[in-house]
Design a protein around this ligand. Structure first.
Ligand SMILES: Cc1cc2nc3c(=O)[nH]c(=O)nc-3n(C[C@H](O)[C@H](O)[C@H](O)COP(=O)(O)OP(=O)(O)OC[C@H]3O[C@@H](n4cnc5c(N)ncnc54)[C@H](O)[C@@H]3O)c2cc1C
Ligand code: SF4
Length: 228
């Protein structure tokens, strides 16, 4: 692993203050069962400058069942969820899900917060840097999602939330910012009227520009390398 600073905090306020101080270059660490392997494999293009250990924050490890439902503190271990009688009785699917994670050692150390916030369990994302260089896929700021046509079993369904607001490559490349994916979607649904409306919204003379434009959108298409 590469060197990093290590802080142990006892309150959420301390953790928030440190996160702000490092301005996106620090990571929280709870059980460490997901983060430490990621650091060892050196999968992040931006290696964290500091780790902030939150395990000592006292009031974040609890399971409380009440009229409004179930409340689980972020530092609660997966093992505690799997063994909780109230979870077993009223939320058996949650109990089964906790029990299905990894091994007893992982469940004993791993927290529910870390489980939700872990990096996507994608083969390409986790490819170790030591073996031929890390794979900079779409989620790491690259242009391609290799899982699209490659290995894509067992992937986290929450993984891409961070990229939801990232500009689409072809739209960004178009000097008129034409919403190419929406137009193609409408054409696919045979809604020519709506496709034309989206296009004319940003470009009143598409028949002219279509003849002179060198098609920046095509060279930036995220499906390049996959299709013909
Ligand atoms: C052998 C093995 C098998 C595994 N099998 C599975 C499996 O079957 N299913 C599965 O889902 N996972 C699996 N995991 C992944 C993972 O270890 C566990 O899901 C575990 O719950 C992660 O929790 P943690 O506390 O160890 O997280 P950490 O490693 O401490 O943190 C993981 C990530 O979450 C962030 N984070 C942690 N806590 C918080 C918080 N409170 N707020 C904001 N961010 C936070 C960290 O910054 C880090 O990016 C496996 C791991 C191993 C090593
Ligand atoms: S963008 Fe694709 S390759 Fe990258 S983590 Fe997500 S599914 Fe995996």
């Amino acid at each position: 692993m590469r060197p990093f600073e290590h802080f142990t905090v006892r309150t959420t306020e301390e953790a928030i203050e440190l996160l702000g101080r490092f301005d996106g270059k620090a990571r929280l660490i709870a059980g460490g069962t997901a983060l430490i392997p990621a650091l060892k494999a050196d999968i992040f293009p931006n290696y964290p400058k500091a780790l902030i250990n939150i395990k000592e924050i006292g009031d974040l490890q609890f399971i409380r069942a009440g009229k409004e439902g179930l409340r689980i503190g972020t530092l609660t271990k997966l093992e505690e969820i799997a063994e909780s009688q109230s979870v077993k009785k009223d939320y058996p699917i949650l109990q089964k899900a906790a029990l299905s994670v990894g091994t007893p050692q992982v469940r004993r150390m791993g927290t529910v917060g870390g489980n939700i916030c872990q990096e996507p369990r994608c083969w390409y994302y986790w490819y170790p840097h030591q073996i031929g260089g890390r794979i900079v896929c779409y989620l790491k700021g690259g242009r391609h999602c290799y899982a699209l046509t490659g290995e894509n079993q067992y992937h986290s369904i929450f993984g891409c939330y961070r990229e939801a607001n990232r500009p689409v490559a072809c739209v960004e490349a178009c000097p008129a910012s034409t919403d190419v994916p929406s137009i193609l979607e409408k054409l696919k649904g045979k809604d020519l009227q709506e496709a034309a409306r989206i296009l004319l919204d940003v470009n009143p003379i598409p028949a002219v520009t279509g003849r002179v434009c060198p098609h920046f959108c095509e060279s930036e298409c995220s499906r390049n390398g996959f299709d013909e």
